[in-house]
Design a protein around this ligand. Sequence first.
Ligand code: SF4
Ligand code: SF4
Length: 369
Amino acid sequence: MSEVYFSNLRASSDREKTVEKVSRLFKRAKLADAITDRDLVAIKLHFGESGNTAFLRPQLVQRVVELVEAEGGRPFLTDSNTLYVGSRSNAVDHLWTAARHGFTYPVVNAPVVIADGLKGNSQVEVDINQKHCRTAKIGAAAMEASAVMCVTHLKGHMMTGFGGAMKNLGMGFGSRAGKLEMHSGMRPKVNESVCRGCGNCASHCPGNAIQVKERKSVINEKKCIGCGECLVVCQFAAMEPSDWTMDTTALQEKVVEYCYAITKGRKEKFGYITFIMDVSPYCDCASWSDVGIVPNVGILASKDIVSIDQASADLVNKQMGARESALTGAMKPGEDKFRNLYDFDWHGQLEYAEKLGLGERDYKLIQVK
Ligand code: SF4
Ligand code: SF4
């Protein structure tokens, strides 16, 4: 059974401020064990799409930078480019977006490196021979880093139910080709009764596969590359997978296989910190942020990626649902909030990750004051 350390966000004194809790969690979870002197340490983040405000505050990340430096590590903040056309689809736009969101030297005291380079083609292929992927295409900086601190903002996600550490690491570090591979096979369809013809999907579509005709979105199936981004960017939920169960199960498992590739042969060089605050129903890839589906819960730290994701989901589902939120039910503590948001089973990713030896679903939650 793996250990997951947890602090809530209550504070009534200087000692209880959130950044101090980050330090205590880092120490109690022994995340420093992953770092040796002069290691290049990737701090894996999501800098947030332009317009999103739910992404992690840079001040929290700055504390992680300090902790890594104190262990002799050389930290850098990083993520890979997106597949869809947005504010992070190449390194120039991505760096500008990160800077506009406060991830700059004066705030975080560390450089930002885009893991898969200028146009998302700088990648390392890792042989894995798994059920879905023979190789995984990972942003080169992720594989060249000596250690990784995966710092995650927990939220809902249309294709994986929730976006936790595995989503952050596996999908996030995929290069452009890797992200395409993870999404491939997904076939979106338009729910015309809901579509408002706003054109947001068309302007984000990397395949130029969408046109708006008579105020309804129309997909050209020959051009569609199955990236799934139209599902993420449609704020009216008018885009749906053709087959929810098949599409979401395969994508969850591919994300796990990418985590397997990234950590292969070096699991001890990874540490995980997850913030359960501003739990938006949508990914930080959306150019907006909805209110949290539950109250802010706390911070988790662990060496086990499966345990920290299981604990994160459990802690969210233990809460009372927020009334003025995207939830349409599952308001009582113990009811599955993510299943209410997205009607498919999200547990498969955790089961598959355990099967591949990434970690354990059984965990011991240890409170840290
Ligand atoms: S983003 Fe959604 S509502 Fe807007 S055109 Fe596309 S499918 Fe329709
Ligand atoms: S229509 Fe196809 S290519 Fe375009 S965003 Fe949707 S899934 Fe991606």
